[in-house]
Design a protein around this ligand. Structure first.
Ligand code: AMP
Ligand code: ZN
Ligand code: FE
Ligand code: FE
Length: 290
């Protein structure tokens, strides 16, 4: 029965998704899900509109955010994580002052980075304007997906995938790193806004082995981590099992979601079958935390 599933990870036009926040609830309902969370990159901008539309459709909703953090944390080992560290915040207040400050800081970091990346592209013969990129983001958080979108439209690459693989992916010629929050600050900001912090898609940390992940999770738990996103569209069934066991071992919650981005990625909303019990456990933990 699909009615007992939820999707706790998705993006709207407030960041790099292609569906407006007020449209998402209809898609959630059409996918046969009972509950969901909106987790835009570095912004709570879409939460109020999404919550309102969810209520109208009688869907259960958890307001969320996905913060990018610096993966180079002191995990007691020499090999720092090499990939991406994203921390999900669930149950955050839309209007928390400290979280608003963090969002402003993150926006600033992007405003520093994005034009530099366009400059590098220009130097490589990819002639796109920064204004076009900002337009592509349409008022939302500006990111590499919008740069890729303009590159595709202007015919420099055939796909977003090619844009990342050849130019703007980590390690490619136009890639420019932005200033990142520390994991400690990300978790503190989420907790300060009344939320629970969950380590998103652990595979994207690109750690050398499971032991390295255990070290990272232990360290994050000391900083206040409440859960691990065990189910994600990037995870194999074996990984889901491994991350679930790890969460159980450290008494952490498990969450799951598709990481739906609308038409920008091929992942369907609800693609990751996360049982509603994960939603309920999150709500219960949020009630206990306050
Ligand atoms: P940014 O936060 O501006 O660095 O952009 C990161 C976003 O780009 C991620 O959230 C993904 O949605 C997207 N992204 C990262 N790597 C790739 C890739 N190889 N192919 C397509 N999209 C990607
Ligand atoms: Zn994204
Ligand atoms: Fe992410
Ligand atoms: Fe995401």
């Amino acid at each position: 029965m699909s009615l007992v599933y939820c999707d706790l990870h998705m993006h709207s036009t407030a960041s790099d998704g292609t569906d407006a926040p007020e449209r998402l609830p209809r898609l959630v309902r059409d996918a046969g899900l009972s509950g969901f969370a909106l987790t835009d990159h570095d912004t709570t901008e879409g939460l109020a509109a999404c919550a309102k539309a969810a209520k109208r459709l009688k869907l259960r909703f958890i307001p969320g955010i996905e913060l990018s953090a610096n993966p180079e944390i002191d995990a007691g080992r020499d090999d720092p994580p090499r990939g991406t560290m994203h921390i999900l915040g669930y149950g955050v207040l839309h209007d928390d002052a400290r979280l608003a400050e963090i969002q402003a800081w993150l926006r600033d970091a992007r405003d520093q980075r994005n034009p530099r990346m366009v400059e590098r592209l220009n130097a490589l013969g990819v002639r796109i304007d920064y204004e076009e990129v900002v337009e592509a983001a349409d008022g939302g958080i500006v990111g590499r997906p919008h740069i890729a979108q303009v590159m595709v439209r202007k015919g420099y690459v055939k796909s977003v995938h090619e844009a990342f693989a050849r130019y703007i992916g980590e390690g490619q010629a136009a890639f420019t790193r932005k200033d990142r929050l520390s994991a400690a600050d990300a978790i503190a900001a989420i907790q300060g806004a009344g939320g629970l912090a969950v380590l998103a898609h652990p595979v994207q940390l690109r750690l050398p082995d499971h032991e390295a992940l255990v070290h990272v999770v232990k360290r994050l738990k000391d900083l206040g981590l409440a859960g691990i996103e065990a189910r994600h569209s990037d995870h194999t069934p074996a990984e889901v099992e491994r991350f679930t066991e790890l969460a159980d071992r450290y008494r952490l919650l498990t969450t799951g979601g598709s990481d739906y981005h609308g038409s920008r990625k091929s992942i369907a909303l609800g693609a990751t079958r996360t049982p509603m019990s994960a939603f309920d456990a999150l709500v219960e933990a949020l009630a206990d935390a306050t």
